[in-house]
Design a protein around this ligand. Structure first.
Ligand code: SF4
Ligand code: SF4
Length: 296
């Protein structure tokens, strides 16, 4: 008998419909990163090549398809996108099609690179956002998670982006308790204000207990999984997988969180992925419980 590629659990899992393909993500640097953060949910690092970098030509083919499908915004991530030498050309192509956001740790952004991005942005038809990841307010709290010296280099990148005219969105994983949440958000706003960024923007994401985070804290417990009862009357528009897909060098996956999970690969083209997906992973429980989206 032929074996199903869908895990047994998925057969019982509720399904999220694709309500509209609004957003396409690109794993443009694969899983290659110059950092190796301890909470990285796809375990990126200098030696991780489980997903390869994408070339401008490869991305371009998906951009044509995304435009034909009426996609409304495009995101570029990794790994660290600025390790991909073709990124400037890729962004230029993308900015002809839709608003673009690039997610970076900013450690490779100096004044010259920030000015190149600003030139791209000024000549573009659509908006261009840069999101920068950071996890602490000081080297003492940030660097144990993101690596020695990373606070200083990231802040340098944020300052360069701001000098070039960007308002970088700081993205922070919630490594603190819910009780501390409001105060910590305020303090990240204050950090940006101290850097002279008078309109601070901070996005806090929950921790996904996959990838390297499973070693730092824990993985998902068997009962952290969704059932039909969880989604009874639920508004699926709250889940990012009802409106987006993730393109990688290994095909199109349901979302940015599950690219290391073979069952989350939905096809080779975007058109092949325009269907419902079983919410079978523990990470789906986090999305459902927190309402989190990787979008801005
Ligand atoms: S969290 Fe971001 S910066 Fe850190 S290792 Fe993963 S991809 Fe790199
Ligand atoms: S992890 Fe979140 S975004 Fe990904 S399929 Fe599950 S619910 Fe959707």
């Amino acid at each position: 008998m032929e074996r199903s590629p869908v895990p047994v659990l998925a057969l019982r899992a509720p399904k999220v419909p694709l309500l509209s393909l609004d957003t396409v993500w690109f794993q443009v640097a694969g899983t290659l990163c110059n950092l190796a953060c301890r909470h990285c949910f796809i375990s990126c690092g200098p030696g991780n090549r489980s997903h390869e970098m994408m070339s401008r030509a490869e991305v371009g083919r998906y951009l044509v398809e995304a435009a034909d499908l009426g996609v409304k915004d495009l995101y570029f991530t990794g790994g660290e996108p600025f390790l991909n030498r073709e990124l400037p050309g890729i962004l230029e192509d993308a900015l002809r099609i839709a608003p673009v956001t690039v997610l970076t740790n900013a450690t490779l952004i100096d004044d010259r690179r920030a000015e190149e991005l600003a030139t791209l942005s000024r000549g573009a038809r659509y908006s261009f956002e840069v999101r920068v990841s950071l996890d602490g307010l000081t080297p003492d709290t940030n660097d144990p998670i993101r690596g020695e010296g990373s606070f200083r280099t990231t802040i340098r990148g944020v300052e360069a982006l701001h000098r070039a005219g960007f308002l970088p969105i700081l993205t922070v994983a919630q490594t603190w308790s819910d009780e501390e949440d409001a105060a910590l958000r305020e303090r990240f706003h204050a950090l940006l204000l101290e850097l002279g960024i008078t309109r601070p923007r901070v996005k806090v994401l929950p921790l996904f207990r996959v990838g390297r985070e499973t070693e730092r804290t824990r993985g998902y417990a068997p009962d952290e999984v969704l059932t039909e009862e969880h989604v009874l009357g639920y508004d699926f528009w709250n889940l990012q997988c009802s409106t987006s897909r993730m393109v990688t060098s290994r095909g199109v996956f349901v979302c940015p969180i599950l690219i290391d999970h073979p069952a989350a690969r939905m096809g080779s083209t975007l058109a092949e992925t325009l269907r419902a997906f079983p919410l079978a992973h523990g990470a789906c429980h986090t999305c459902w419980a927190t309402g989190a989206s990787c979008r801005n």
